[in-house]
Design a protein around this ligand. Structure first.
Ligand SMILES: Nc1ncnc2c1ncn2[C@@H]1O[C@H](COP(=O)(O)OP(=O)(O)OP(=O)(O)O)[C@@H](O)[C@H]1O
Length: 383
């Protein structure tokens, strides 16, 4: 066991039971947020929370002189808004500072989010002592300056948000090829998960990726959207190396609906599905039909949901992304009963064929596998 693994194990022990589960969940949700790149929606969510906190402040004095400072904060904020699950959990007091302290010991990149979020909060509160700052964010009982920053951020976020909304509409569908060319990857140097994997995926076709647990199916999805860097080979989207494609653009073209607990915001079903995009009610209703969402009305606020209901909203959100050319479903229907799952998969396949979207389903279910045009079997590597 090397030094970082020892640290990791020690930290995990400290971060007992419930906290550990909550943090893993947040890390998973954060991955989902990263892959969706729906920054404007995330901004709106955090913005609402901040606004609620700052509501008692009437107006901001001397905005102009603080413009540059506010811009800096806003840009920083935008960058880390991808980590909003974590920040939001802090703001909502769902987790406490003490819960996350052990994570500082983690060296794995997954937990970089924690450090990013802490750095952000630190900078937001103008470099004051870190923990003290976090308490200020929690309570918003701080000095006037903090509120001013908060209001300025809000204004800048609004501008960033309106620009992004404009950019996100007008999706076009076209023929797409996603090619994995002799790729090799392992999370650790001495542990190969994908060994010389190659496959060419075409749009309009439906694929199933199957194989034993741990064979690297989800890893393939993560590599396609550059959550990790491959160690050998190339991944090409329409002939272009994905490393050369802007992350935002790549993750707009390739949507991964993963098996993590999806982020469901306490807003209307429509807003949860649109997730920052502008869609009309007819489109949302059509998506609800495809994904068999019949347990809640379009304008109803989403509250308590079962696992299968959450999964259907996550699926709806994935297919609602207008610029998606490649849709990867990573066991996205695993919590549905057999009947509903079959209906949803059938509808999805039809929808993707009509729209010329490449559909890749990662699954353990034979019924799902049977509906695919092409089945790709992953093999577990010897460790
Ligand atoms: N973030 C990570 N850090 C380190 N190892 C990881 C990480 N994610 C997955 N692994 C390891 O990589 C291997 C492949 O995992 P992956 O999730 O891709 O498999 P899978 O075929 O999708 O499995 P399942 O069918 O159980 O979902 C597993 O041994 C897993 O423990």
């Amino acid at each position: 066991m090397n030094a970082s693994e020892k640290k990791f194990n020690k930290a995990q022990k400290k971060c007992k039971g419930k906290n550990n589960a909550a943090l893993s969940q947040i890390a998973g949700r954060n991955k989902m947020v990263k892959s969706f790149q729906a920054v404007n929606f995330e901004i709106q969510q955090v913005y609402t929370l901040l606004l609620e906190q700052a509501v008692s402040i009437d107006k901001v004095a001397d905005l102009k002189s603080k413009k540059e400072q506010a811009k800096k904060y806003a840009l920083l904020y935008k960058d880390v808004t991808q980590n909003w699950c974590f920040i939001r959990s802090l703001l909502l007091k769902q987790i406490q500072v003490a819960d996350v302290q052990p994570l500082f010991a983690f060296t794995a990149t997954t937990y970089q989010i924690v450090i990013d979020a802490f750095e952000f909060i630190g900078q937001l509160m103008e470099q004051k002592q870190l923990i003290k700052n976090i308490n200020l964010v929690f309570g918003f009982g701080g000095e006037e300056n903090d509120f001013q920053n908060c209001n300025q951020i809000v204004k800048w976020l609004k501008r960033i948000q309106s620009k992004q909304s404009e950019a996100e509409i007008n999706g076009v569908q076209k023929e797409t090829v996603l090619e994995f060319k002799n790729i090799s990857f392992g999370y650790k140097q001495d542990q190969i998960i994908c060994d010389n994997f190659s496959h060419q995926f075409q749009s309009g076709k439906c694929y199933a990726i199957v194989g034993p647990s741990g064979s690297g199916k989800s890893t393939i999805a993560a590599l396609a959207i550059r959550l990790y860097q491959i160690q050998a080979g190339n991944i090409l989207l329409d002939g272009q190396n994905i490393n050369k494609i802007k992350l935002q653009e790549l993750r707009t073209k390739i949507t991964v609906c993963n098996q993590f607990d999806p982020v469901i915001a306490n807003v209307s079903l429509k807003d949860n599905i649109c997730y920052g995009q502008m869609l009309n009610d007819d489109t949302v209703n059509e998506i609800m039909e495809i994904t068999q969402i019949d347990f809640i009305k379009i304008n109803e606020t989403v509250k308590e949901l079962s696992g299968g209901q959450k999964q259907r909203i996550a699926l709806a959100r994935a297919i609602a992304r207008k610029q998606t050319q490649v849709l990867i479903l990573d066991e996205s229907t695993s919590a549905l009963d057999a009947d509903t799952e079959n209906k949803v998969i059938q509808n999805l396949i039809l929808y993707c064929k009509q729209k010329c979207i490449m559909l890749i389903m990662i699954t353990h279910r034979e019924t799902v596998m049977k509906q695919a045009d092409i089945v790709i079997e992953m093999k577990k590597q010897d460790m």
